[in-house]
Design a protein around this ligand. Structure first.
Ligand code: DGL
Length: 271
């Protein structure tokens, strides 16, 4: 079924915005020889408060775009898009599709007897996939699910430690701590950028779970199984597309990826 996939082909990654770069960073570190394609669907951000059918349509259109550019695997670097679209993407496209989901299982195993808080978008927390995750793993501990309105936009503004950011994070974290939360699961790929602030406000005793490194390892495992890992000493290249304004996204990528990183506009047919 997957004989057309090329070992030298790139890995396609997408998110609603720059959040997926928190996953891409771990992929780049683990798989330096792989070429990477990244789509930030900034023209349709945020996904978390959009109806599932909109997120599904965007996920299919972007995945098709990545497949047309030769992707040998797709990483849905977005919890919200994974929750509503990963099953459909696996049906439509004959290549490995790696999704991300809140790390509830590792969160429960790291909790020292307290309550586990899952921080994610409304779209993720309201999905059937997330309900199944909680009923599979959430029995051994009390789990509090917590939407975080404004956090995605805070990350997109690339201000991670302003007075406004502190107030926004504290307004969610403080009530959770009062309820005995000792472990916080970052169930949105934007949130790892707020991790230092979350840790500072929650205190050093609180465990924070980010699944970014595990996603990169899972991608490596799947590519290896299929004989699709690139074996080369040459660093893989990278291409980036955005569906919103490419110029205004430039400084975000310069800050979170690297200065001078070239952003291309997504073709109109995919916007
Ligand atoms: N970064 C995404 C996620 O992991 C989407 C955030 C959004 O656009 O609402 O859920």
């Amino acid at each position: 079924m997957m004989t057309d996939l090329e070992v030298a082909g790139p890995i396609g990654v997408f998110d609603s915005g720059i959040g997926g770069l928190s996953v891409l960073k771990h992929i780049r570190r683990l798989l330096p020889a792989e070429s990477l394609l990244y789509v930030a669907d900034t023209g349709h951000l945020p996904y978390g408060s959009k109806p599932p059918d909109v997120v599904l349509r965007r996920s299919v259109a972007i995945s098709r775009f990545l497949v047309e550019r030769g992707a040998k695997a797709i990483v849905v670097a977005c919890n919200t898009a994974t929750a509503v679209a990963v099953a459909e993407l696996r049906q439509q496209f004959a290549l490995p599709v790696i999704g991300v989901e809140p790390g509830l299982k590792p969160g429960i195993s790291r909790s020292r007897g307290g309550v586990v808080g899952v921080l994610a978008t409304e779209g993720t927390l309201g999905s059937e996939k997330f309900r199944r995750l909680v009923s599979a793993h959430g029995q051994q501990r009390q789990v509090i699910v917590q939407p975080c309105p404004g956090w995605v936009e805070q990350v997109e503004s690339c201000t991670f430690d302003s007075a406004g950011a502190r107030e926004l994070i504290a307004s969610i974290i403080t009530p959770l701590l009062r309820q005995g939360v000792d472990t916080l699961v970052l169930g949105c790929t934007h949130y790892p950028y707020l991790r230092p602030l979350i840790q500072e406000l929650a205190g050093p005793e609180v465990e924070i779970v980010d699944t970014g490194p595990a996603i990169a390892r899972e991608l490596q495992r799947r590519l290896d199984l299929l004989g699709l890992l690139t074996d080369s000493a040459v660093a893989g290249d990278e291409r980036f597309w955005v569906s919103g304004d490419a110029r205004s996204a430039g400084w975000q990528f310069a800050r979170l990826w690297r200065p001078g990183c070239l952003l291309e506009p997504l073709p109109d047919s995919v916007k």
